[in-house]
Design a protein around this ligand. Structure first.
Ligand SMILES: Nc1ncnc2c1ncn2[C@@H]1O[C@H](COP(=O)(O)OP(=O)(O)O)[C@@H](O)[C@H]1O
Ligand code: SF4
Ligand SMILES: [Mg+2]
Length: 339
């Protein structure tokens, strides 16, 4: 997947990550990432969607080397992330950051917002003198809308304000990539809206986001490109303007889109039918070499290609500009290209 027209910022190639096999061997090995390739361009906003357990958080962590890999390669600004020594990794970590998980836990209870900012800037921007740090603190607090709260301590901040302090501290490092993992989950509507506005506001031409989210509304508002994951694999990579039932191609993406559109129409009972229709499908012997959706795929049955799907891995085919899909249903000669 190339981030066409942009210089590459992150490139992941053939990344495999399994969990288990040690103490947990008895419970079997989970292939959380199964040969994943992903590019993120400088300043690009890429959303990662897919059901729970599909490997999204693991992929975000792998890009930042917050977890190990079994095999594969990740580069950040051309540097091999997993080959980097301690000093190089420290340098890199200033430039890429994961936010929103346990953000509040990182705030020092006895320090004011201003003091915490000063400390972060002192650490990450050693070239600045006292006046430079003071000026940058003011600028960053203004950017996240916290100027009036500079002398408060965490105990008197709301949950949304604590998240914003976390973001302001991250911005002090001048990051090139922010991985935002479910940034709006668990938030009420007003705070959710504030977070969306803030993410848009903080975006500048050099800053890329990898936005991991179930929330298609958020994805549509912020991202340029949407990457769909299922069971450790990327199955579709689509420009955001094509995200929807009429613009996406992979049968699993379509199922996600149908469910989302039905939810948007406030018809949860029908959404249940979509899920049941998939769950009730005839089971086949799906090998790990095959398509991860073969067990549930009505298209494969209709096209009579299920045995191929169950035993061979579909490669990406281009179905439009910057739009790729991994599915045999689109490549069979003379077949329709959509469900
Ligand atoms: N620390 C871990 N130990 C064991 N299994 C894990 C761990 N983290 C994730 N997994 C498993 O890896 C798979 C992918 O998980 P995750 O990356 O969290 O997916 P997502 O973010 O899409 O929900 C899941 O099957 C999950 O249970
Ligand atoms: S490769 Fe086959 S099983 Fe997989 S989504 Fe396409 S048609 Fe369905
Ligand atoms: Mg997750």
């Amino acid at each position: 997947m190339s981030a066409e027209g942009r210089a590459p910022l992150v490139e992941a190639r053939g990344v495999v990550k399994t969990y288990g096999g040690g103490l947990f061997r008895r419970q079997g090995v989970t292939r959380a990432l199964d040969d994943v390739d992903l590019d993120i361009g400088v300043g690009e906003v890429v959303a990662l969607i897919g059901e729970s357990g599909s490997g999204k958080t693991t992929l975000g962590k792998v890009l930042l080397r917050l977890t190990s890999v079994d095999s594969g390669r990740v580069t950040f600004e051309g540097q091999d992330v997993f080959a980097a020594g301690a000093a190089a990794l420290r340098q890199m970590r200033r430039r890429f950051q994961m936010v929103f998980q346990n953000q509040a836990a990182n705030l020092h209870p006895k320090m004011t917002v201003r003091e915490m900012m000063d400390e972060s800037i002192r650490l990450h921007r050693p070239e600045l003198d006292d006046a430079g740090r003071t000026a940058l603190t003011s600028t960053l607090l203004e950017r996240v809308g916290l100027s009036a709260r500079a002398d408060q301590r965490p105990a008197s901040l709301s949950g949304g304000e604590k998240r914003r302090v976390g973001l302001a501290r991250i911005l002090a490092t001048k990051p090139r990539l922010i991985v935002a993992d479910e940034p709006t989950s668990g938030l009420d509507a007003a705070i959710k809206q504030q977070t969306i506005t803030l993410l848009k506001h903080l975006k500048d031409a050099d800053l890329a986001y990898l936005l991991i989210s179930h929330d298609l509304g958020l994805v549509r508002k912020i991202s340029e490109r949407v990457v769909v994951m299922l069971k450790g694999r990327i199955i579709e990579d689509v420009p955001v303007e094509r995200l929807g039932v009429s613009g996406t191609h992979h049968p699993y993406t379509l199922r996600l889109m149908q469910a989302a559109e039905l939810l948007e129409d406030h018809a949860p009972s029908t959404e249940g039918e979509v899920t049941r229709a998939g769950a009730a499908a005839e089971r086949v012997e799906v090998t790990s070499a095959g398509c991860v959706y073969a067990g549930d795929c009505a298209l494969a049955r209709r096209l009579g290609i299920l045995s191929k799907c169950a035993s061979e891995r579909p490669q990406f085919v281009d179905v439009g500009e910057r739009h790729r899909v991994a599915c045999f249903g689109l490549t069979e000669p003379g077949r329709e290209s959509n469900v």
